[in-house]
Unconditional design. Structure first.
Length: 239
């Protein structure tokens, strides 16, 4: 069964050529399976380790767990990576940098939130300088709860991501990731990246801030969300 990728922000020239040539898609079914197998078994990681979860992340690459067994290696550049593993606390000033690195990763790409701080901010979630979860900036595909989660749990998260990639490539429905509950968590004013009720202007503002990295003044998201600010922007654009 052909995979509908019309809604994705990237293209597969090889698959497009196969679809245009009659009979070629049947002759290369085994090649398609091989390519899909390669996609899910060569998830290269770009590490965003900022605190103690990074130590567990490094241990997962050591000989006892050895993530390289599943084709997962760590790269030091976002342009050659498939998966961003956010392991640790992300501050307000760091968030635009994370967003910029995420935008530099090629499609298709995935994000893994490793540890309570990356998921919700945990101990620091009520502090003004810490964002309440990386999913307020970029979409998260797999959550790995824990403080910190051990290397085996990270391995389990990568295996869960492999299953999602396989479902996606097979054209099947990928179940949405359930965000772990956090006790007494204050719901952030900025909605999650994949929340349908989230204001679109927030995403535009985060992308603009990531491109410019102009942090001389604090971002006024409340003003950006008001209809008046949007109307003023339209008037300026028309002028």
């Amino acid at each position: 069964m052909a995979v509908d990728e019309s809604d994705l922000p990237f293209e597969h020239p090889l698959y497009d050529l196969m679809a245009k040539m009659p009979g070629l898609d049947l002759a290369t079914t085994s090649v398609d399976k091989l390519l899909n197998w390669g996609v899910r078994n060569s998830l290269w990681i770009f590490p965003m380790a900022t605190s103690c979860c990074g130590i567990e992340f490094m241990a997962a690459a050591a000989s006892r767990v050895d993530m390289d067994r599943m084709g997962t290696i760590v790269r030091g550049t976002p342009r050659q990576s498939d998966v961003m593993v956010v392991a640790g606390t992300i501050t307000v000033k760091m968030a635009p940098r994370v967003k910029r690195l995420w935008d530099q990763m090629p499609e298709p790409k995935w994000c893994v939130a490793m540890g309570s701080c990356a998921i919700s901010g945990d101990f620091y979630r009520d502090i003004y300088s810490v964002i309440p979860g990386i999913d307020t900036v970029i979409p998260v595909d797999v959550y790995i709860p824990g403080c910190p989660p051990n290397p085996e749990e990270l391995m389990g998260g990568m295996l869960a991501l492999q299953e999602k990639v396989a479902l996606k490539r097979a054209g099947l429905r990928v179940p949405p990731e359930v965000r772990p509950e956090t006790a007494k968590m204050i719901k952030p004013r900025v909605g999650r990246a994949e929340d349908p009720t989230r204001e679109k202007l927030i995403g535009h503002h985060q992308a603009l801030q990531a491109r410019t990295l102009d942090l001389t003044e604090p971002a006024d998201l409340v003003e950006a969300m008001t209809p008046k600010a949007a109307a003023d922007g339209d008037q300026e654009g028309g002028a």
